[in-house]
Design a protein around this ligand. Structure first.
Ligand code: ZN
Ligand code: ZN
Length: 370
C-alpha cells in the first residue's frame, strides 16, 4: 500500500510546515514502518517539509537492501550503518536549518552527535523537538489498519473458543498459555501481540501475572489476557472464567461489578468524548460498589502497530476520542491473596449514527464455568 504510506508522509509534512521545521528525522522503527512499510530492525527516515512532491529518504544497512526495495518501493533508499548521522548530514548540507527529532527515541550521545553534524554542515542549524508527531497521526486508523485488527481479534476469538472446549483442570498456567499461542499461530497470527497472561486462583489477583507451574483447580478463577498480531497489528482481549463448580458468592459479586464497569466504559466510547471521561464512566461503577482501591490500573489504551499506543484511557488522560480509533476497555478488580477479574475488549470508536463502537473481540463476557 505505497499510496497509504505516501498519504501518511503528507500528513506529517503539513505538521512540519506548521511547526516551522525544514525536515524530520524519524528514528522510531515503528514510526518508520508506519510511514514507509519497511519492517527491518535498523533504519531511519528523513521526511522534508517542502511541499514539492514526496522526497523522503529511507536509510538502512546492507542486510536489508532487498527487503527495503520490496517493502518501500516509493522512497529513495540510502544504505549506511549510521543512518541518523548520514541523513542529518545530508539534509543539513542541503540547507535545512531546523531539523525535527524524535527526542524521546534518541540517546543523549546520538543527540549530541547529530547536533554537531548539523552545525558543521550549516552554521546555525538546530535540532528541534518533533514530540509525538507521528504517534499522534497513528491514533486514527485507516480502513486497512482496522481490517488487520479485525482479523487479529478474530484469530484470538477462535483460539480461545477452542481452548475453553478442552479440559483445563490439572493443567499448568504455562501449558495453557503455550497451547493458546500455538492455536493463534495455526489460525494465521504473525506472532503473539505480547506474552500471554494465564493466571489461576490467587494468581488472578496479579494484573500482569507471568504464567507459571500452578495447576488449574476446581473453584479457581482463570484469567487469560492475550492477543494475536496480524500484519503487524496487535489485538488484545482478556476473559476471566471460573473452573469446575458454581462460582462462589464473592466471585459472582466482583465479576458482576467488573462486567457492569466494562459495559459502562464501552458505552462511553464516542467521537468527541474526553479520554478521561471513559475511564471515569467505568471507574464510577467500581467505586460505587466499594472496590475502587482494587482497580489499580488505567481503563485502556490504543492498539495498532504497538500493543500499547495512544490514546491512553486513564484518570489523568488528556485529549478526546475520535472516530476510527481502536482502543481497549479493560477494568479489573484484584483481591490480593484471593483472586481477580479483568474483562477486556478491543473496540473501534464509531459515531453513534453508525451504530456506536465496533466490538472486535466477540467472545462472550457472560461468566462461564469451565
Ligand atoms: Zn490485555
Ligand atoms: Zn490491554
Amino acid at each position: 500500500m505505497p499510496e497509504a504510506h505516501a498519504q501518511r508522509r503528507d500528513r506529517l509534512r503539513s505538521r512540519l510546515a506548521a511547526a516551522g521545521a525544514d525536515a524530520a528525522l524519524i528514528t522510531n522503527l515503528v514510526n518508520v514502518r508506519y510511514l514507509t512499510g519497511f519492517t527491518g530492525s535498523h533504519a531511519a527516515l528523513l521526511v522534508r517539509a517542502a511541499d514539492s512532491g514526496d522526497d523522503a529518504v529511507l536509510c538502512t544497512d546492507g542486510r536489508y537492501t532487498t527487503q527495503a526495495t520490496e517493502e518501500a518501493p516509493d522512497v529513495e533508499l540510502l544504505t549506511e550503518r549510521g543512518c541518523a548521522q548520514a541523513l542529518t548530514k545530508r539534509v543539513t548540507a542541503a540547507g535545512a536549518v531546523r531539523l525535527a527529532i524524535e527526542e524521546q527515541n534518541v540517546t543523549v550521545e546520538l543527540y549530541r552527535a547529530l547536533g554537531e553534524i548539523a552545525r558543521e554542515a550549516t552554521p546555525g542549524a538546530e535540532l528541534i523537538a518533533l514530540g509525538r508527531g507521528v504517534e499522534d497521526l497513528r491514533r486514527i486508523k485507516d480502513t486497512e489498519e482496522i481490517a488487520a485488527l479485525r482479523i487479529a481479534s478474530e484469530i484470538g476469538d477462535r483460539a480461545l473458543g477452542e481452548m475453553i472446549e478442552s479440559i483445563l483442570v490439572g493443567r499448568t498456567e504455562r501449558h495453557i498459555a503455550m497451547e493458546l499461542e500455538r492455536r493463534m499461530a495455526d489460525h494465521g497470527a504473525d506472532a503473539v501481540a505480547f506474552p500471554t497472561i494465564v493466571a489461576t486462583g490467587p494468581n488472578s489477583a496479579v494484573p500482569h501475572h507471568d504464567p507459571g507451574d500452578r495447576r488449574v483447580e476446581d473453584g479457581d478463577f482463570l484469567k487469560i489476557d492475550f492477543g494475536a498480531r496480524y500484519h503487524g497489528y496487535h489485538a488484545d482481549m482478556t476473559r476471566t472464567f471460573v473452573i469446575g463448580t458454581e462460582p462462589a458468592a464473592w466471585q459472582q459479586e466482583i465479576y458482576g461489578v467488573v462486567f457492569a464497569a466494562q459495559k459502562a466504559g464501552r458505552e462511553a466510547l464516542a467521537p468527541g468524548v474526553e479520554a478521561a471521561a471513559v475511564d471515569k464512566a467505568a471507574r464510577d461503577v467500581i467505586e460505587q460498589a466499594g472496590y475502587l482501591e482494587f482497580f489499580t490500573h488505567g481503563l485502556g489504551h490504543g492498539v495498532g502497530l504497538e500493543i500499547h499506543e495512544d490514546p491512553r484511557l486513564g484518570p489523568t488522560a488528556t485529549g478526546k476520542l475520535d472516530a476510527c480509533m481502536p482502543v481497549t476497555v479493560e477494568p479489573g478488580i484484584y483481591l490480593p491473596g484471593r483472586g481477580g477479574v479483568r474483562i477486556e475488549d478491543t473496540l473501534v470508536v464509531r459515531p453513534l449514527e453508525d451504530g456506536g463502537p465496533e466490538l472486535l473481540t466477540i467472545t462472550t463476557k457472560e461468566l462461564l464455568v469451565l
